[in-house]
Design a protein around this ligand. Structure first.
Ligand code: F6R
Length: 611
């Protein structure tokens, strides 16, 4: 949440920054701002999206080769012009942008107010700017030392960038808990919250770690701890391409990402799923495979859509690998004194690799001695670096705020892990493993077949676009898919939707059903088929409007449902990889009919880097 971009070099900094902020808008879009250093520090900022800022800059004509910018997801203080970043110190010597939360800002603000500081807005960030100013002034220390001393006084998280009119050609950045990386070019350095703003200029990046800062100039950069110990950092080479982060002719990133899934699932399996040898190779966890194989239980921790993937994982590991699993909301995990120790294995799942709650769960588990394995999409992200071992999902950058291709890639990884563990734990016969591996191999083609049903799904979307509520029902592997379908709809069309295990309906939610209630039922031909048919009958008896996601040969369900979206047959355990696709399309199309901002739904940010 919140995106930071900075530039120092020979290009027009505002150009680089505006372009970069647009790429980071998925991290927040409540307000945007920029500070350009050209003799003085010139700041422009305001409520709303980066496009407003761009217009402001065109009018002002501010130019310079050094600058920082910010796109905000509001935490402290309403999203208005004053609370937009950058924030000034009291004398307008320097400007600061911040991603994260200064938790002790209130106490600091009271102290600074007593000392005569006057604040323009309500943000925690402005307090940090004034704290640096106070330390510099009273302590008579240089600016860099003042920044270090201030950072030692703050609790919470930060990724910051600062430009100071007395420090020509210099940007100071620091990080604790909020991602920040440097892009290293020839006579230029870029700063960003993730790699998307810099990839068109350079593929060389340096990731800052917690409690580190960098002093950046045209000639290069120097990384040190905030305690002033100089560091030599590894320069990583990114494999991302510019095409991956553009819409490629689609009206929205979400639609592009839904379409990409036949390719991203295949990419995720490439070199790992070896059908000819009836084998799965997961290099990223090779080192810890014995410990994982012998684990007594697995604790999965994640948030949101990744948590739903974790729930699918629970079914997969228990059924295929006979490994007991607990699935935890990462946000709850560390606040309940969890019983986890050196004999346990935690598996965390995160698209961004930056989710603060998931990161906190990892740290708690590692503190207690557990082995932590990650499933991450963003290469080099904090979670990828802080876990003991891990598997990348290789879904490519996911930019639409509502997660789609990351979910199917996560479930693909979980399926591969479950089969591999089933084989290693000797609880899965070679014949069953072969059937699953073959079925997994065929999934990308089947996803492509479902994409051809877009028109059919469109007609259903149009009919129900203005329904005030939706119910999603599924059983077994497809119960988490019901949750995911409901989440997608809520997020991007603002329709109230609930997902339930189908049989739970009769314990309460059935009271909601009447002739106006669309009920999306995931009813594939598996061991729950008969029971779910009874659940459909119960909805029909109350005049609920059934939209079934079912398999082509499931004639019973097709006869009962008012509307049907059919998917190809696959192995029972892999059905979530197919059933979720029509639900993604349904929510996308309903959001489009309702004229919602699909890629940037209100109040959301893609990467939730605050707890
Ligand atoms: C939903 C969505 C969120 C994320 C959640 C976790 O569409 O995108 O619910 O799944 O914020 O994010 P990651 O996976 O980046 O840890």
């Amino acid at each position: 949440m919140c995106g930071i971009v900075g530039y120092i070099g020979f290009r027009d900094a505002s150009d680089v920054i505006i372009k970069g902020l647009k790429r980071l808008e998925y991290r927040g879009y409540d307000s945007a701002g920029i500070a350009i250093l050209n003799g003085d520090v010139k700041v422009r900022k305001g409520k709303g999206k980066v496009i407003n800022l761009e217009n402001m800059l065109i009018e002002s004509g501010i130019k310079g080769n050094v600058g920082i910018g910010h796109t905000r997801w509001a935490t402290h203080g309403e999203p208005n012009d004053v609370n937009a970043h950058p924030h000034w110190d009291g004398k307008h010597n320097f400007a600061l942008v911040h991603n994260g939360i200064i938790e002790n800002y209130d106490a600091l603000k009271k102290e600074l107010t007593k000392k005569g500081h006057i604040f323009d807005g309500e943000t925690d960030t402005e307090v940090l700017a004034h704290l640096i100013e106070e330390i510099e002034l009273v302590g008579k220390v240089d600016f860099e030392t003042a920044v270090q001393m201030a950072l030692k006084q703050v609790d919470g998280t930060y990724g910051i960038a600062i430009v100071n009119k007395h420090e020509k050609d210099k940007i100071i950045v620091a990080r604790k808990g909020s991602p920040l990386l440097l892009g290293i070019g020839e006579d230029e350095v870029f700063i960003a919250s993730d790699a998307s703003p810099i990839i068109e200029y350079t593929n060389k990046v340096v990731y800052l770690d917690d409690d580190e800062m960098a002093i950046i100039s045209r000639d290069g950069y120097q990384v040190k701890t905030i305690s002033n110990i100089e560091l030599t950092k590894e320069v990583h080479e990114l494999e991302m391409s510019i095409e991956q982060i553009e819409k490629g002719g689609y009206p929205h990133f979400m639609l592009k990402e839904i379409h990409e899934q036949s390719v991203t699932i295949a990419d995720c399996m490439r070199g790992r799923l070896l059908p000819d040898q009836n084998k799965i190779v997961l290099g990223g966890i090779e080192r810890v495979l014995d410990r994982l194989t012998n684990a007594k239980r697995l604790i999965i921790a994640a948030c949101g859509t990744s948590w739903h993937a974790g729930l699918v994982g629970e079914y997969l590991f228990e059924y295929i690998s006979k490994l007991p699993v607990e699935v935890e909301y990462a946000s709850e995990f560390r606040y309940r004194d969890p019983l986890i120790g050196p004999e346990d294995v935690m598996l965390v799942i995160s698209q961004s690799g930056e989710t603060a709650d998931t990161l906190a769960a990892i740290r708690e588990a590692r503190k207690r001695g557990a082995l932590v394995i990650g499933i991450c999409n963003v290469v080099g992200s904090t979670i990828a670096r802080e876990t003991d071992a891990g598997i990348y999902t290789h879904a490519g950058p996911e930019i639409g705020v509502a997660s789609t291709k990351a979910f199917t890639a996560q479930v693909t990884v979980l399926s591969m892990m479950a089969i591999l563990l089933g084989q290693r734990r000797k609880v899965l016969s070679e014949t069953d493993a072969a059937a699953m591996i073959k079925a997994l191999h065929e999934i990308p083609g089947k996803v492509a077949e479902i994409m051809e049903k877009k028109e059919e799904i469109d007609q259903i979307s149009r009919l129900f676009a203005y329904a005030p509520n939706f119910l999603y029902l599924g059983r077994s592997y497809n119960f988490p898919v019901a949750l995911e379908g409901a989440l997608k709809l809520k997020e991007i069309s603002y329709i109230h939707a609930e997902g339930y295990p189908a049989a739970e309906m009769k314990h309460g939610p059935i009271a909601l059903i009447d002739e106006y209630m669309p009920v999306v039922v995931i009813a594939v031909t598996d061991h729950t088929n008969e029971k779910i048919i009874s659940n459909i009958e119960e909805v029909r008896a109350r005049k609920g409007r059934i939209i079934a996601i079912t398999t082509e040969n499931n004639h019973d369900v097709r006869n009962l449902a008012e509307y049907c979206i059919t998917i190809p047959e696959t192995h029972d355990v892999l059905t979530p990889l197919l059933t979720v696709i029509p639900l993604q399309i349904l929510s996308y199309q309903i959001a489009v009919y309702r004229k919602c901002n699909v890629d940037q739904p209100r109040n959301l940010a893609k990467s939730v880097t605050v707890e």
